[in-house]
Ligand binder design. Structure first.
Ligand SMILES: NC(=O)C1=CN([C@@H]2O[C@H](COP(=O)(O)OP(=O)(O)OC[C@H]3O[C@@H](n4cnc5c(N)ncnc54)[C@H](O)[C@@H]3O)[C@@H](O)[C@H]2O)C=CC1
Ligand SMILES: CC(=O)C(=O)O
Ligand SMILES: [Mg+2]
Length: 371
């Protein structure tokens, strides 16, 4: 198979779908790899590094899209990318379709077979291709929140760790999954007073064990949300219902109960966000203010640290990428966890959460692959 990797074009997105190390693996499996010139610049991998790994360098993205059987990317295709996709081609990348009707229409019209990293599953109930970027974004959320909390940046001017004789800042984390765990770990490491809210009691038990009393846990009710958000300096939004639009846990009305200059970091923004007042921002202009509360809603947070992120992402995506390259669509038939990643195939929606969110008929992946 010919595997193509275009340069990412989303605002300040410096990650790359294939590192030179991954290219070597595809080449070792007998595949041709076509990489757009400059695709790895953001991680310090120049075209010669890709040539040394066995790739051919394409001058333009158009060349990569036209000549490849499978496109491996990081971010969801942008409008001028989805028009270049076609029937019979595989797209392997993050998609986040539930909050994005325009992209969904574009992918359906193209006929492409689109596999979303974020809905591929594993035996432990996890999302193995989302997890590494959730680890990065969770850790980054506290850096971003702490920066926004500084007075000169519009925040209320609190140092998260406090100092001897002065109480630390308070961080509330909504959703104690992968993002939430890593946010809590960073916040606790800085000395903040941290509370995690989740609706899963088994998960709260795990977190309580893990942090051995260093972090508080609370079951998710409106009362708990209000108390923990109203007293917080930073609230990290980290809830997820896989594939679906995020539930709006913090309403606009609740902002009036929050401290002026406190910060909402909505990591869940790629699934539409869990604060009613969130809208996606970019690394170029990451924050805005509503009712005195600073909002940070960057939908591609890991793009800020591409050297770490691209390698962590490739570690997770390589296995299934090779399966797809080796076997084509049979890889989806053979492995139900990979099949759970199938969101769009030949003009049909094949993921239930996406179909429900956007009002499409669901076509079962097994049925569509057998056709
Ligand atoms: N903005 C960005 O750059 C990035 C965003 N993300 C996003 O962050 C979000 C979280 O991802 P993960 O931590 O990997 O998900 P996860 O599945 O590991 O964790 C989600 C947690 O939310 C909890 N939850 C669901 N509904 C809840 C509710 N109503 N109240 C309280 N808790 C609730 C679940 O029990 C679970 O523990 C996702 O939307 C993901 O796409 C991930 C990486 C980068
Ligand atoms: C998961 C995601 O949206 C990202 O890594 O950009
Ligand atoms: Mg406390």
């Amino acid at each position: 198979m010919r595997v193509g990797c275009p340069k990412e074009i989303k605002n300040h997105e410096y990650r790359v779908g294939l590192t030179p190390g991954s290219v070597r693996e595809y080449v070792a499996h007998g595949h041709e790899v076509l990489v757009e010139a400059g695709a790895g610049a953001g991680i310090g991998a120049d075209d010669n590094a890709y040539r040394a790994a066995g790739a051919t360098i394409a001058k333009t993205a158009a060349d990569v899209f036209a000549k490849s059987d499978m496109i491996v990317k990081v971010k969801e295709p942008q409008p001028n990318e989805w028009v270049q996709l076609r029937d019979g081609q595989i797209l392997y990348t993050y998609l986040h379709l539930a909050p994005d009707p325009e992209q969904t229409k574009g992918l359906l019209a193209s006929g492409v077979t689109a596999i979303a990293y974020e809905t591929v599953t594993d035996d432990r109930g996890g999302l193995p291709l989302l997890a590494p970027m959730s680890e990065v974004a969770g850790r980054l959320s506290i850096q971003a929140g702490a920066t926004a909390l500084q007075k000169a940046n519009g925040g209320r001017g609190v140092l998260l760790g406090g100092v001897p004789g002065v109480l630390p800042g308070k961080v509330t984390v909504l959703g104690g999954g992968v993002v939430g765990l890593h946010a809590a770990r960073m916040a606790a490491g800085l000395g903040a007073d941290v509370t995690i809210i989740d609706r899963s009691i088994p998960r709260l038990r795990q977190l309580d064990d893990l942090f051995a009393g260093r972090v508080h846990t609370r079951y998710s009710t409106v009362e708990a949300l209000e108390e923990e958000c109203f007293s917080a300096d930073i609230v990290v939004g980290a809830v997820l219902i896989p594939g679906a639009a995020a539930p709006k846990l913090v309403t606009r009305e609740m902002l009036s109960g929050m401290k002026k200059g406190s910060v909402l970091v909505d990591v869940a923004i790629d699934q539409g966000g869990c604060f009613e007042t969130s809208h996606a921002t970019t690394h170029a202009e990451p924050t805005y203010e509503v009712d005195g509360v600073i909002h940070y809603c960057v939908a591609n947070m890991p793009g800020a640290v591409p050297v770490t992120s691209a390698h962590a992402l490739n570690n997770a995506t390589l296995h299934y990428g090779l399966q797809l390259a080796d076997k084509g669509l049979k890889a989806l038939v053979d492995d139900h966890h990979l099949r759970n990643g199938l969101n769009v195939h030949k003009g049909k929606i094949t993921n239930r959460a996406v179909a429900d969110a956007l009002g499409y008929e669901l076509v079962e992946p097994k049925a569509v692959l057998a056709a």
